[in-house]
Design a protein around this ligand. Structure first.
Ligand code: TXA
Ligand code: MG
Length: 301
């Protein structure tokens, strides 16, 4: 069953039921060693899944949950290896979406849920996008409107001595450090166990490239006739009409941009274009999650 969260839609299964968990991997075509996030509805459930919970971890959970933050803890020994990809840690979060919370409360147990897309593809931010991704692979989709945040949760590993960022999200490192009143570890070059950290992830089917604003005209001029039609995503209205070129104006602020990003890429993918050009986004921390997803979306194109 798929359900909405504030970040992206998840493909959910009873986190205590191995057969149900195996179905997630089958439907997503996801490698078995990629661990899942367990979604819970209350802090009191933490001890069912995690042990050795550090004060920093508890503080982050209290401040940011429910919300777009996933915390990695040392796992409780009774937790299934299917959830953790045979690692000693478990990912947990309380999502901030009324439908997700109602589902979790009425179910009464943890729900394991990866993003409801096939492996390597763009995460769905609407119920229609879930249907498009998983088709008959999903028996039920709870309609919860378009996801508010629009990109996947920030992941912080709190299982070791120093909290470490594993995946940037819209809760920034600065926000986490302000709460903890100390620095956390910067992202590793590639934490191989975070599936989103594979280079080409969150990718549209259409060849997609990042281009600096000043270089857009040049990039279009350098294409050959067979490369058209194309779409160009900028944060500034370019007001030009060019045959075979559609301009889409994206929001200028990071929150709205994140909210729109996956839905826009998905819509572009359906237009049978030859190329997607995306204006590079600001080198500011508020844009870290977006820059990260854009770099992965364009890694193959
Ligand atoms: O916003 C989100 O986090 C969404 C919604 C549905 O909650 N979920 C999501 O799940 O993005 P998924 O499976 O697509 O990405 C979860 C990431 C994966 O990259 C996985 O490798 C990582 O979390 N992860 C899970 N357990 C982990 C662990 N024990 N250690 C390190 N990384 C872990
Ligand atoms: Mg995913």
């Amino acid at each position: 069953m798929a359900f909405p969260t504030e970040t992206v839609y998840g493909l959910g299964a009873d986190a205590t039921n191995p057969a149900a968990l195996q179905k997630i991997f089958a439907v997503k075509q996801r490698p078995a060693d990629h661990p899942l996030i367990v979604h819970v509805s209350a802090l009191e459930e933490l001890d069912n899944w995690a042990v050795d919970i550090q004060p920093d971890a508890l503080l982050l959970a209290k401040v940011f949950w429910p919300g777009p933050l996933t915390l990695i803890f040392k796992k409780n020994p009774n937790v299934s290896n299917l959830l953790t990809g045979n690692q000693a840690t478990i990912a947990l979060r309380i999502p901030n979406h009324p439908t997700a919370l109602a589902l979790l409360r009425s179910f009464g147990k943890g729900i394991a849920a990866p993003s409801a897309n096939r492996f390597g593809r763009i995460s769905p931010t609407t119920a229609a996008a879930v249907a498009e991704e998983l088709g008959a692979g999903v028996d039920l989709i709870l309609e919860g409107g378009q996801c508010e945040v629009g990109v996947e949760s920030t992941i912080i590993d709190v299982s070791g001595a120093t909290p470490t960022l594993l995946r940037p999200g819209m809760i920034t490192v600065a926000a986490v450090e302000a709460v903890l009143r100390k620095k956390i570890s910067a992202p590793h070059a590639a934490s191989p166990r975070v599936s989103g950290s594979h280079v080409s992830h969150y990718a549209p089917r259409t060849p997609t490239r990042l281009v600096k604003f000043e270089a857009i005209s040049q990039a279009i001029a350098a294409l050959s006739p067979a490369d058209f039609p194309i779409v160009v995503l900028t944060r500034e209205y370019l007001g030009r009409a060019l045959l075979g070129v559609e301009f889409i104006t994206m929001p200028v602020d990071a929150q709205h941009y994140a909210h729109d990003l996956y839905a826009t890429l998905r819509a572009c993918d359906q237009k049978n274009l030859r190329r997607i050009l995306i204006e590079a986004v600001p080198e500011l921390e508020s844009w870290d999650a977006i820059r990260d997803r854009l770099q992965r979306a364009t890694a193959g194109g």
